[in-house]
Design a protein around this ligand. Structure first.
Ligand SMILES: *[C@@H]1O[C@H](CO)[C@@H](O)[C@H](O)[C@H]1NC(C)=O
Ligand SMILES: *[C@@H]1O[C@H](CO)[C@@H](O)[C@H](O)[C@H]1NC(C)=O
Ligand SMILES: *[C@@H]1O[C@H](CO)[C@@H](O)[C@H](O)[C@H]1NC(C)=O
Ligand SMILES: *[C@@H]1O[C@H](CO)[C@@H](O)[C@H](O)[C@H]1NC(C)=O
Ligand SMILES: *[C@@H]1O[C@H](CO)[C@@H](O)[C@H](O)[C@H]1NC(C)=O
Length: 427
C-alpha cells in the first residue's frame, strides 16, 4: 500500500537543504503564543516527490442535496452539480470588476497574520482572480443564502491554522450583512465561536492541528523533533465535535515537518518514551483512520454533514514554478497558470491516503478538493505582509524575505474564500 518513494539523489539533497534552511528560519520566526488564540504555526512542507500523479475525477459521496440557486441574482449560471462537475479541473480567471465580499479593514474578526492589505501589501490583483471549473460555473458565495442554509445550525471548522483561515474567511463573508447587535464573536485558545443571533447560526473553529492528540496541541512545541503524536487518541478533541451539524476538517502541514514523526499508540505505560518514529505518511494514515473510525462510530449521517478540506499547498521553492532566483513566494503578484501545475509543497502520497481512507468510510464525507486550485496561487500567500510576535513586520523585516516571507498561510480576503465558495456550493 505505502510505497516509500525516494527522490532522485540530486533533487532530494537540494530539497532537504532548502527545507532545512527554510525550516530553521521559520523556527526562529515562529510565534509560540500562549496569551492569544492565534497559536501561530509555520513550517516547511518538505515533500520529496515532484512527480504529478494522474489526475482523477474527484469522487463525491455526499448526499445528493439539490442545490437550488435559481433565485440567485446572478443569471446565466449553470447549476453547479457536484456529480456532474469536477471543481478540480479548471483555471483562474482575472476579473477586474470582481470585488471580494469583505476587506481586512472592514471585517473585525481577521487575525493580523492574514490581513495583508492592512499590513502593507501594495498590489491588489491577487484579490480578483476567480476559479473557473471547466465544466460548470461555481455559484458566487451569497451571504444571505448561506445564512439561510445554515439557519438553526452549528458549522464547525476543525484543524490547523490554515483551517482557521478558512473559518475567518467564512465568518467575514457572512458577517457583513449582519447588524452589529445581532452578531458576536468569542475567541478562545481552542474553540472560537461566531454567532449570528437572528439566524441562530454558529460558525466555530476548533484547534486540533493533527486532528488526533499530540503533546503540541495546546502549548505549541517549536521543535518538531520534540513533538509526539498519539495516533490512536482523538476523544479529548472529538468530544467537542459531537452535536455539530456541519463539520469541516483538515490536517496536513503539521505532518510535513520531517520525514519521520514520533508516534505513540496503545496504552502509555512507558509514558512518552514508548514512542516509535514512523514515516510521515504511515503516521498520517494511522491518524486519519483514527479520525475516520470516530466519524463512522459517532456521527449520524442523517443529522450531520462531514467535509474534509484537502492539502493546502505551500510555496517554498520558487524553482518549482521556474523562478530560479526567487525567494519562495516573495514578490509574486500573479498566479502560475500552467494547467495542472503541481509543486513540492503538497504531497500526492498524502492525497492518496486521504482518498483511500475517506472512500472506505461508512459516513459519507465530502472532500473539498482545494489542492489543485491553490497550487497555482503562488501570489496569494501572506509573504512579508504578516506579523511576528503579534506585531506587523517592520520595514526592516519586510526587506528580509529570506527570513520572514510566510509562504504557507494565505492573505484574506483571498484563496480561502474560494475554498468556502466550494463549501457553499455543496451545502
Ligand atoms: C466579473 O465580475 C463581475 C462583478 O461581480 C460580474 O458581473 C461578471 O459577470 C464577472 N465576469 C466574469 C467573466 O465572470
Ligand atoms: C437554535 O439552534 C439550536 C441548534 O444549534 C437549537 O437547539 C435551538 O432550538 C435553536 N433555537 C431557536 C430559537 O431556534
Ligand atoms: C437515517 O435515515 C434512514 C432513512 O430514513 C434510516 O433508514 C437510517 O436508519 C437512519 N440512520 C441513522 C443512523 O439514524
Ligand atoms: C521585489 O519587487 C520590487 C518591486 O517590483 C523590486 O523592486 C524588488 O527588487 C523585488 N525584490 C526581489 C528580491 O525580487
Ligand atoms: C483531489 O484532486 C486530485 C486532482 O487534482 C486527485 O488526484 C485527488 O485524488 C483528489 N483527492 C481526493 C481526496 O478526492
Amino acid at each position: 500500500m505505502m510505497k516509500p518513494s525516494r527522490g532522485k539523489p540530486p533533487l532530494y539533497i537540494i530539497t532537504i537543504v532548502i527545507c532545512a534552511v527554510a525550516f530553521m528560519v521559520l523556527l526562529y520566526t515562529e510565534r509560540i503564543s500562549t496569551t492569544s488564540s492565534n497559536s501561530f504555526f509555520k513550517l516547511k512542507s518538505c515533500s520529496k516527490k515532484v512527480r504529478v500523479t494522474k489526475s482523477q475525477k474527484s469522487k463525491t459521496d455526499e448526499k445528493s442535496l439539490e442545490i437550488n440557486l435559481h433565485n440567485l441574482e446572478e443569471d446565466d449560471r449553470i447549476d453547479f452539480d457536484p456529480d456532474m462537475c469536477s471543481v478540480v479541473h479548471g483555471k483562474w480567471v482575472l476579473n477586474s470588476s470582481y470585488k471580494p465580499l469583505y476587506s481586512d479593514r472592514r471585517c473585525p474578526y481577521l487575525d493580523l497574520q492574514v490581513s495583508c492589505a492592512k499590513n502593507g501589501r501594495p498590489d491588489s490583483d491577487y484579490l480578483q482572480w476567480e476559479w473557473q471549473p471547466d465544466d460548470c460555473t461555481l455559484p458566487r458565495f451569497n451571504p444571505e443564502i448561506a445564512l439561510k442554509k445554515l439557519r438553526g445550525k452549528r458549522l464547525m471548522f476543525v484543524g490547523d491554522s490554515l483551517q482557521r483561515g478558512q473559518w475567518q474567511s467564512f465568518v467575514c463573508m457572512v458577517q457583513s450583512i449582519i447588524p452589529e447587535k445581532k452578531k458576536s464573536m468569542k475567541r478562545g485558545k481552542v474553540l472560537s465561536v461566531f454567532k449570528a443571533k437572528e439566524h441562530n447560526v454558529t460558525i466555530e473553529f476548533y484547534w486540533a492541528p493533527f486532528l488526533i492528540e499530540s503533546n503540541s496541541d495546546l502549548h505549541i512545541i517549536g521543535d518538531p523533533k520534540k513533538r509526539i503524536i498519539r495516533v490512536d487518541s482523538i476523544t479529548k478533541h472529538a468530544k467537542n465535535w459531537v452535536g455539530v451539524d456541519i463539520l469541516v476538517f483538515n490536517t496536513f502541514v503539521w505532518w510535513m515537518s520531517g520525514p519521520r514523526i514520533k508516534s505513540l499508540w496503545g496504552s502509555f505505560a512507558n509514558g512518552e518514551d514508548g514512542y516509535e518514529e514512523l514515516e510521515a505518511q504511515t503516521a498520517y494514515r494511522l491518524g486519519l483512520k483514527t479520525w475516520a473510525n470516530w466519524v463512522d462510530s459517532t456521527v449520524n449521517p442523517n443529522k450531520t454533514r462531514v467535509f474534509f478540506t484537502t492539502m493546502s499547498p505551500t510555496h517554498m521553492r520558487s524553482a518549482d514554478w521556474k523562478h530560479n532566483n526567487g525567494i519562495r513566494c516573495y514578490n509574486e503578484t500573479r498566479p502560475y497558470l500552467k494547467r495542472g501545475y503541481h509543486g513540492t509543497g503538497s504531497d500526492p502520497r498524502i492525497m492518496k491516503v486521504v482518498s483511500e481512507v475517506v472512500n472506505r468510510m461508512k459516513v459519507p464525507v465530502t472532500t473539498l478538493n482545494i489542492t489543485q486550485l491553490s497550487e497555482h496561487r503562488i501570489d496569494a500567500h501572506t509573504s512579508v505582509y504578516t506579523e511576528t510576535q503579534g506585531k506587523v513586520l517592520t520595514d526592516e523585516e519586510k526587506a528580509d524575505p529570506k527570513s520572514y516571507a510566510d509562504c504557507i498561510h494565505w492573505c484574506l480576503p483571498g484563496v480561502p474564500d474560494t475554498w468556502n465558495q466550494l463549501l457553499y456550493a455543496y451545502l
